[in-house]
Ligand binder design. Structure first.
Ligand SMILES: Nc1ncnc2c1ncn2[C@@H]1O[C@H](COP(=O)(O)OP(=O)(O)OP(=O)(O)O)[C@@H](O)[C@H]1O
Length: 298
């Protein structure tokens, strides 16, 4: 007989019942490092960044450099025939310098768009702010742990949408009771009432994206990073997710939105960072930066 796995066996209630997502540095109003090259927590900032005194800084990125080590196959693209044979081998480890000395201060209640061409380093910068990708040098300071929107990693496609709400909710730091209280709102927001008992693998990509967004956005994040999440779903869902992002921001959150949609950026953000080839090309009022970016792209 094949033994079936109980859903509760997949979780560890003892572990999760009291689990709460903890800020990186508890009880300290000052931004503190979430990641930096050296373990010196109180290392002075290397650049002349001066946070405004009238506003509360929530994220400080100080001269951040991020590098990837990539294994190169040795195939030099574009060199044909004999030229390829004569060309020096590029086999081995190659370094990609994805973020090159980016510095800025983000304040409470700001909604910051992050724009730039493909491969310019936007996602890398965001992953570094969350602490997923370590910097090669420089530091990131945050008043509490920034959250990258998305609970995708915690979800299991063979389980129903409903059970995945439990999984995703626990991954966000809610306890079971809190997840149960939020469940109906999440299902309603995702508009999946009729499908919530079906395994997630039967969902279309838009349906699972809606569920992931609805789970992740059910939490009032203090620092939230949304990387292209709004590009999914239809226009109506996009409008509602934009509205939810504005709501999070209005409730004293700070939101970063990485997007290629200038309309989403202009609708949602009051400030924009333009990243170009790993460098912070421009930082300012949303319309000014978007106009400059559009002019550059022409
Ligand atoms: N895991 C990785 N390993 C190696 N190189 C990487 C990795 N992730 C990103 N890169 C490289 O770092 C650079 C910046 O990539 P990143 O994904 O941050 O850009 P992006 O601006 O978010 O791009 P897009 O708009 O296409 O999503 C690119 O040259 C990319 O090839």
């Amino acid at each position: 007989m094949v033994e079936s796995t109980n859903f509760d066996d997949l979780l560890n209630p003892q572990l999760h019942e009291t689990y709460q997502a903890r800020p990186v540095f508890v009880g300290n109003q000052q931004p503190r490092p979430v990641s930096e090259k050296t373990p010196l927590a109180d290392a002075p900032m290397t650049t002349a960044l001066e946070p405004e005194e009238t506003r509360r800084p929530v994220v400080i990125v100080d001269d951040l450099h991020v590098k990837y080590q990539v294994y190169s196959s040795g195939k030099s693209v574009g060199t044909a025939g004999a030229r390829r044979l004569l060309a020096p081998s590029t086999r081995g480890i190659r370094e990609v310098h994805a973020v090159k000395g980016v510095s800025f201060v983000a304040y409470e209640n700001e909604s910051i768009g992050v724009i730039g061409s493909n491969g310019s380093g936007k996602s890398t910068l965001m992953r570094s702010i969350v602490g997923l990708t370590p910097p090669a040098s420089g530091s990131v300071y945050a008043s509490s742990r920034p959250n990258l929107l998305g609970v995708g990693a915690a979800l299991i496609s063979d389980l129903s949408g409903d059970k995945n709400i439990t999984l995703g909710g626990l991954a966000l730091g809610f306890n079971r009771k809190e997840v149960d209280e939020l469940r109906d709102d999440i299902v309603k927001f995702a508009e999946l009432e009729e499908f919530i008992d079906l395994p997630m693998r039967t969902y279309s990509s838009g349906m699972s994206a809606r569920l992931k967004f609805a789970i992740a956005a059910s939490k009032q994040h203090e620092i939230l990073i949304v990387d292209e999440a709004l590009a999914v779903g239809d226009a109506r869902f996009r409008k509602r997710s934009e509205a939810r992002i504005r709501e999070i921001r209005e409730n004293a959150g700070t939101v970063f939105l990485v997007s290629h949609s200038m309309n989403s950026i202009l609708d949602t953000c009051n400030r924009v960072l333009w990243i170009n080839k790993g460098v912070l090309e421009m930082d300012g009022d949303a319309k000014t930066v978007v106009d400059a970016y559009k002019a550059y792209k022409k």
